[in-house]
Design a protein around this ligand. Sequence first.
Ligand code: 5RP
Length: 232
Amino acid sequence: MQTIDATVIAREKTAVAEAAAQRVEPRMLVGLGSGSTALKLVDALGERVAAGLEFVAVATSEQTAARARRWDIPLITGPVPPRIDLVIDGADEFDAELRLVKGGGGMLLREKIVASAADRMLVMVDHTKRVEALGAFPLPVEVVPMARARVKHHLRRLKLAPELRRTADGQPFTTDEGNVILDCHIGRIERPAALAATLAGVPGVVEHGLFLDLADEVLMAVGDEIEVFTRG
Ligand code: 5RP
């Protein structure tokens, strides 16, 4: 099995976050994603704000918002504005059509709401995130807590192998919205759009981690290089 050097990945995340931060222009309304790469993005943008850049941000998680506040990045709180110029976020997987799996950090609901409001979605990833077919990464499905047993049963019958996400101390993981996550160990997803439609139709499912037709561009760090993929 191939071993992946954690320091190489960390360096790639920093490099791609710094490249993505250069895409923010003065006076933009920017969605800030979530996860370790997104935190590096916030740090890179914080440096630009300290140097005089002015823009306004919408955070996709409490964690990202806290980091942005540390840098005095102005944040819109409350309802997400109906139109955002640009969202910049990480991903757990992407394929050749720039379809994504997201939600490894459990912030998929806010991430998808902000992405759907954005004119453009820019994705930042290290080289391990590129896949030939989605599904090796367990697909997160966010579920209303009272529906958790029923939805799990339903997804099991669909052969999606759902597993309740737990915290390190064994408690059910809770999202910023107070929901739980079922991680589905599907393997290769042959028809992502059909699966997305199926999941959207299950009562109790709030959102799922398939981000289809949302990403416009992916920046992928490979060592010291940044590769750019654009949706045709
Ligand atoms: C959080 C996400 C993240 O963007 C995804 O998990 C990638 O995270 P990282 O940048 O830490 O590799 O979807 O819900």
